[in-house]
Design a protein around this ligand. Sequence first.
Ligand code: PLP
Length: 354
Amino acid sequence: FAEQPEFTAPTKQNPLLLSFNENPLGMSQKAKEAIARAALYGSRYPFQQVVQFKKDLAKFVGVTPDEVLLTHGSAEAIRATIEAYNLKNTVLVQPELTYGDGAMVAEHNGMPIKNVKMGPNWSVDLEALKKAAASEAKKHHVIVYLVNPNNPTSTIADCGFLIKWIKSQPKNTFFVLDEAYGEFVNDPSFKSGVELVKQGFDNLVVLKTFSKIFAMAGMRLGYAIGAVSVINKIRDHVAYEVMMNQSTLAAAMAEMNDKEFLAESKESNDKAREILYKALDELKIPYLPSQTNFVFIDLKAPLKPFFEHMKDENIMVGRPFPPALQWCRISLGTPAEMTYFVEKLKEFRKKGWI
Ligand code: PLP
């Protein structure tokens, strides 16, 4: 990435952002060039480009274009899915420590939320989740919102258990598998829900995004993968699928076909994670084993003072994630950024702040 500026210490105007799980490398050169080219046809509606992009995306995923729905970020996919499956009497069941969008949409729609306690080390307790969902499903419709790998914990669920559970097709139950971070996983036991869609199951949808490894958080593109009947149902709740942004489509097409960029992003993330792990081990700060582009660390103290000290150093770290109020989510920057960050951690230790 010749384009990447040399690392310079963060300033108030240009802080080090370790707070939103973005790709610190920025968009690939090819994506930037594709955006410049898209300006040439920015005056035209994107009908043709949407059709072509969906064909290519479906091929990339290994499904048919009818099994894919484009959305404005996966945020829109989460909202549209929950609203589409909000039948009379629906309850959202989720682990209590997870990404907040599912619960936020449920709340906006007056849908009760059943938060299920976590297992040891903030693991997703699938057994307990299954029990809670089964109990609710006796009287209600149930949406299970499961982020895998989970945010903010960075760990994966027991995929064997999960797949068996979905395959058993429990009555009145629909699964939303949010795989925003799936591309970062190293653990070979991870299985994407897309395999179940390919096998014809229509009791789930898998949500993905271009915001994370594809480095397009500001460009807004997500997608849902599901059976045709599922996708058609969710489509009724999105803005207008054939009206995506030309420059976003152009950039996404470039990123998707840029194997080198994706490999380099993953490699950079793996390196950055190792730098952080090494320092955390030295400082004896516990953390969860990360399968994502962030690490959840145990401060063993309230988050606020740590957050403020980092802010004073122009470093932004993760927000509070109740009930893990003594933990902090650190998004992984570039290896150079993580080297700087761990120096600060070591300084904090000397000052007795961690
Ligand atoms: N799902 C999860 C688990 C996330 O962590 C995020 C963003 O951080 C999103 C969805 C939303 O991402 P976007 O709307 O940018 O695709």
